[in-house]
Write a protein that binds this ligand. Structure first.
Ligand SMILES: [Zn+2]
Length: 163
């Protein structure tokens, strides 16, 4: 993705209050992020352990959402709804997200099961297992990456439009 500046982050939230934005901590590795290998920027706030942030680049510029991890943990092993990584190295947790605008002010939220530390870009870049003779693992990996991008974009849009 295109790199984000600190200003992009503090000015591009679609569902966070002003005080939430002013309290946020940037990722600790913000200055050394490998943007070329990120489909979105996601991190957990080191001061608010249950709070996470996800940013994507859209045609009209960056957009960010604030996510709140639910108290309850999924009971069984579940797949991340974004990367659907089946090797399950990452913890997958339930995040609730307040919708943008009026819907959000009325308490309307949506939820999603996502890798707790948002490692989806890394997961999607792993080479898949060879499914059959002649299986094109590189093409399959490209597909994993583009599918991840679509899913995250769609989720952010859903938070934004309330649809
Ligand atoms: Zn994931």
């Amino acid at each position: 993705m295109l790199p984000l500046t600190e200003k992009d982050i503090t000015t591009s939230f679609i569902n966070a209050s002003r005080s939430q934005v002013s309290d946020l901590s940037l990722p600790t590795d913000f200055d050394s992020l490998d943007w070329d290998n990120l489909d979105f920027l996601g991190w957990r706030d080191r001061k608010f352990p249950r709070r996470g942030y996800v940013f994507v680049q859209r045609e009209d510029g960056p957009a960010g959402i604030l996510l709140q991890q639910a108290e309850a943990r999924p009971r069984a092993r579940v797949l991340c709804s974004w990367c659907q990584d089946i090797t399950l190295e990452d913890d997958v947790v339930f995040y609730g997200v307040r919708r943008a605008g009026k819907a959000g002010r009325n308490g309307n939220t949506i939820g999603t099961l996502v890798c707790a530390d948002f490692g989806c870009s890394r997961n999607a870049r792993k080479l898949p297992a060879v499914a059959y003779l002649g299986f094109d693992v590189e093409a399959a990996r490209d597909k994993q990456v583009s599918t991840l991008q679509e899913r995250v974009q769609r989720f952010v849009l859903e938070v934004h439009t309330g649809e």
